[in-house]
Design a protein around this ligand. Structure first.
Ligand code: DX5
Ligand code: ZN
Length: 225
């Protein structure tokens, strides 16, 4: 996936972790019609993060629907040993993989391994990791994901100190690498997250736990206008 040729100035990415799984396809379709271009897909292994979330089997089920409407699936791998999952994610229709800085020894080699499968690549980091160190290792990535919560569960509150880490990440990275932010984003903070330097903004609860999904998505987009 070539993120660069594809992302608009800013993209709000609904996080499927917060979806109603009895109506997954329907909710995806509704959001595609509302203008969503990229979905965030959280893979948790029950080891790097406490919960087991979902993986390639579900990805395979939804990928044709998303792709048919010109959308993309951005896979956030909250897992140990991310590299071993790249082939399966690529085969199942994932467009991009974001692995965690904390679990790999060789960030550059891991980025290269993902590209061999034709995947876009991101490097995620937890609140404890130092933005400058991550940025220095991630210059070959498409995006760097600055977590604004401790990863694992949806519905947590945005950590206000994340804004400063977003700014530090943005200024430490070359201009062609996007900054993505994930965790606790809603109408009250989305603007500040964007102003701090994020172009890719993930939102789970603020979209899926609302009555009207398209309206919730559009409200976030409008807050950025
Ligand atoms: C949690 C995931 C997030 C989560 C965000 O660790 O990485 O993508 O779905 O959900 P909200 O927007 O509810 O914080
Ligand atoms: Zn995520």
């Amino acid at each position: 996936m070539a993120w660069r040729e594809w992302v608009r100035t800013v993209e709000v990415e609904p996080s499927l972790y917060a979806a109603d799984f009895t109506r997954l396809g329907e909710q995806i379709q509704i959001l595609l019609r509302a203008g969503v271009r990229v979905f965030h897909f959280d893979v948790g292994d029950g080891h790097f993060v406490e919960p087991i979330t979902f993986g390639p089997v579900i990805l395979e089920a939804i990928a044709p629907l998303v792709h048919r409407h010109g959308g993309r699936i951005d896979c956030h791998l909250m897992v140990d040993n991310p590299t071993r999952h790249f082939p399966q994610i690529a085969r199942a229709g994932g467009d991009s993989v974001t692995f965690h800085y904390e679990v790999v020894d060789d960030v550059r080699g891991t980025i290269a391994a993902a590209r061999e499968h034709g995947l876009g690549v991101g490097v995620a980091f937890n609140p404890e990791s130092e933005p400058e160190r991550v940025a220095a290792a991630a210059a070959d990535a498409d995006l760097v994901l600055c977590m604004s919560i401790h990863p694992g569960y949806g519905g947590q509150s945005f950590m206000p100190e994340a804004l400063e880490r977003i700014r530090r990440t943005r200024s430490a990275l070359p201009g062609h690498v996007y900054v993505q932010v994930d965790g606790g984003i809603d109408n009250t903070n989305v603007r500040a997250v964007h102003d701090a330097g994020a172009a890719l903004i993930v939102a789970g609860t603020a979209i899926f736990k609302r009555e009207d999904l398209p309206r919730a998505y559009r409200r976030l987009v409008q807050a950025l206008a």
